[in-house]
Design a protein around this ligand. Structure first.
Ligand code: FDA
Length: 516
C-alpha cells in the first residue's frame, strides 16, 4: 500500500504538470478520498460480481474532457508504473475495464460522447464514450431510413462494443458494427493521436474486432450508416415444451440461417412457470424477430418456410427501426425515444456468461439433456440466446477483420446465468452450473478451436500470466478461440504498436519476444 500511495501521489503530480489546463484536470480526477469516487466507479458497472468490497479498486479514476487529458494519463501511468484500464460503457462481462490486481488507473471515457451524423453522406463520427442507444437516437433524429447494425442493449458503450465486433438484429443483412467502421482515431502508447491513414491498415484492422484494450485508447469511430425501410416488422412468439418448443427449435436451427437476409429470428430459451401459478416449471422458447420489411411480405415468407411456428398477422407489429430498438430493449410500447439517451441500465444482476458456435444442428436428444440442466435449481434464472448467422455473415471473409466467425456457423449461443445474492457460495453455485452446461454442450458445438465471442468475455477460456509476460503459446489458448488464425496477425500488430506491452489485461494480445 505504501508503494501504491507513493505511486499515486506521483501520478497525480505528473498529471497536473502535463495537463494543458490544470484547473480542468483537477475536476476530472477521483481518488478514494473523494466523496464521489465510489459512485463514479460503480456508475457503469453492469455485473455486480465486481462491486464487492474485496474487488480490487483503482487508485485513481480519470474522466477526461478532452483528448489531451488522455495523452497525459497515458504518459503519467507509464512513467509511474501504473496500469491503465480504459472504460467506455463498462459492460465487460468480466469487469476488465475497471478491475485489475496491480496498481491501476481507470480512464473512463464517459464524458467523450459526441456524435456527429452526416446524413448526406450516410456516415457518422461517434466518440467511444457514447452508448449505442445514444448513437441510434442521433441517427434516427436525422433520418427514418438510416440505422446501424450494432447491439440490442442501449447502454452498451461504443468503445468496447465496436472494438470487439458488436452485433444485433441486422447482423444477417449488414454484418457486425465493426464491419461498418471506416475510420477511427486512437491515442497510441506514445501519446500520438492517429487516424486510419496515420495508424496504417494493420492497426486499423486490429482494432475492429481484436479488442481495443490491447492497442491504445480509441477515441472515436467513423461509421457507414445502413439503409433501413421506413417500417420494419417485429414479433415475439412464445412456445413451451408442451407447445412443441423442442421440435420448433430443432427445425429453426437449419432454416433460420437460410432465411432472406432481411429476416432475423433469434430464440431466447428460459425456464418458466407452466401456468403462472407457482406450479410446475417448463421450458419456454421465445422466437423474437425483426424483419426489414412489411407484414404483407413477412407472412407468406413464414408460411412457406416455417409454418409450424404458426405466425399470424396479429402477432406482428410494424414500426420504425428506432421504435424497434425500444421494443427489443424491453421498453413498454409508447415509451419516449429519450430513454435511449439514458445511460443507466434498467437492472444490474450478478451474472456469468459463455458463448458457443454451432455448425451442425443439435439433435433432439441433445436438447433434452439441456432441459434437464435447466430443471436443476440453478437453471431457474438461466437463459440461452440463439442468434442465427448466414446471410451477410457468410459473405465476409474470416480474415476481413479479426472477428473470424463467418461462413460455416449456423448460429451463436450465449449461455447466461443470473443470481441475486452476493455471498461467495451463491456465485460459486451458479458459476459451477454454467460450467457444467458448457461441458455438456461440448459434443454439439464448434471444435478445434471451440470458438467464442470476445464481447461475451469469459476468463474460463484462458488468461494471461499475472506478471504480464505471457508466451504466444499460452495466450493462443484463449486467442485462437476468439480469433482463430487472425490471432497470429494480432500478435504481430501488437508487437509493432505497443512493443513494451503497456496496454495489457487478462486477455490482451501478447507481444512476440524481441529475438523472434
Ligand atoms: P467496457 O467499457 O467494459 O469495455 C470492454 C473492453 O473494451 C475492456 O477491455 C475495455 O478496456 C475495452 N475498451 C473500452 N473502451 C475502449 C476504448 N475506447 N479504447 C480501447 N479499449 C476500450 N454485445 C453484442 O455484440 N451485442 C449485444 O446485443 C450485446 N448486448 C449486451 C447487453 C448487456 C446488458 C451487456 C452487459 C453486454 C452486451 N453485449 C452485447 C456485450 C458488449 O458488446 C461488450 O461487453 C462490450 O465490450 C461492451 O463495451 P463497453 O464499452 O460497454 O464496455
Amino acid at each position: 500500500w505504501a508503494t501504491s500511495a507513493y505511486t499515486h501521489e506521483d501520478f497525480l503530480q505528473c498529471l497536473s504538470l502535463h495537463s494543458q489546463n490544470t484547473t480542468s484536470i483537477s475536476k476530472v480526477i477521483y481518488t478514494p478520498t473523494n466523496s464521489s469516487y465510489l459512485s463514479v466507479l460503480n456508475f457503469s458497472i453492469q455485473n455486480l460480481r465486481f462491486t464487492s468490497p474485496s474487488t480490487p479498486k483503482p487508485l485513481v479514476i480519470v474522466t477526461p474532457l478532452d483528448e489531451s487529458q488522455i495523452q497525459a494519463t497515458i504518459y503519467c501511468a507509464k512513467t509511474h508504473g501504473m496500469e491503465i484500464r480504459t472504460r467506455s460503457g463498462g459492460h465487460d462481462y468480466e469487469g476488465l475495464s475497471y478491475v485489475s490486481e496491480v496498481p491501476f488507473v481507470i480512464l473512463d471515457l464517459i464524458n467523450l460522447h459526441s456524435i456527429v451524423v452526416d446524413a448526406e453522406n450516410g456516415t457518422a463520427w461517434v466518440q467511444s464514450g457514447a452508448t449505442i442507444g445514444q448513437l441510434y437516437y442521433r441517427i434516427a433524429e436525422k433520418s427514418r431510413n438510416y440505422g446501424f447494425p450494432a447491439g440490442v442493449c442501449p447502454t452498451v458503450g461504443v468503445g468496447g462494443h465496436f472494438s470487439g465486433g458488436g452485433y444485433g438484429l441486422m447482423l444477417r443483412k449488414y454484418g457486425l458494427a465493426a464491419d461498418n467502421v471506416i475510420d477511427a482515431r486512437i491515442v497510441d502508447v506514445n501519446g500520438n493521436i492517429l487516424d486510419r491513414k496515420s495508424m496504417g491498415e494493420d492497426l486499423f484492422w486490429a482494432i475492429r474486432g481484436g479488442g481495443g484494450a490491447s492497442f491504445g485508447v480509441i477515441l472515436a469511430w467513423k461509421i457507414n450508416l445502413v439503409v433501413v425501410p421506413s417500417n420494419v416488422t417485429v414479433f415475439t412468439i412464445d412456445r413451451t415444451l408442451e407447445q412443441n418448443a423442442t421440435n420448433l427449435i430443432h427445425k429453426w436451427q437449419s432454416i433460420a440461417p437460410k432465411f432472406p437476409q432481411e429476416l432475423f429470428i433469434r430464440v431466447i430459451i428460459s425456464r418458466v412457470d407452466s401456468n403462472h401459478d407457482d406450479g410446475e416449471d417448463t421450458i419456454q422458447a421465445s422466437f423474437n424477430s425483426m424483419y426489414l420489411g412489411g407484414i404483407d411480405q413477412l407472412i407468406p415468407l413464414m408460411q412457406e418456410s416455417f409454418p409450424e411456428l404458426g405466425l399470424t398477422r396479429e402477432d406482428c407489429t410494424e414500426m420504425s427501426w428506432i421504435e424497434s430498438i425500444l421494443y427489443f430493449a424491453g421498453f413498454p410500447s409508447g415509451s419516449s425515444l429519450d430513454v435511449l439517451l439514458n445511460r443507466t441500465q434498467l437492472s444490474t444482476p450478478y451474472f456469468k456468461a459463455k458463448s458457443d458456435y454451432v455448425k451442425e444442428p443439435i439433435p433432439l436428444f441433445g436438447w433434452k439433456g439441456i432441459w434437464d440442466l435447466f430443471f436443476k435449481d440453478e437453471g431457474e434464472l438461466a437463459v440461452m440466446i440463439l442468434s442465427p448467422y448466414g446471410g451477410k455473415m457468410d459473405e465476409i471473409s474470416e480474415s476481413s477483420i479479426p472477428f473470424p466467425h463467418r461462413a460455416g456457423n449456423l448460429y451463436k449461443i450465449q449461455h447466461l446465468v443470473y443470481w441475486e445474492a452476493e455471498e461467495a457460495e451463491e456465485s460459486e453455485k451458479y458459476i459451477n452450473w454454467i460450467r457444467k452446461l458448457y461441458s455438456y454442450m461440448a459434443p454439439y458445438v464448434s471444435k478445434f478451436p471451440r470458438a467464442a465471442y470476445i464481447n461475451y468475455r469469459d476468463l474460463d477460456v484462458g488468461v494471461n500470466n499475472k506478471n504480464g509476460n505471457t508466451s504466444y503459446a499460452q495466450a493462443s489458448i484463449w486467442g485462437m478461440k476468439y480469433f482463430k488464425n487472425n490471432f497470429n496477425r494480432l500478435v504481430q500488430v501488437k508487437t509493432k504498436a505497443d512493443p513494451s506491452n503497456f496496454f495489457k489485461n487478462e486477455q490482451s494480445i501478447p507481444i512476440l519476444p524481441s529475438w523472434w
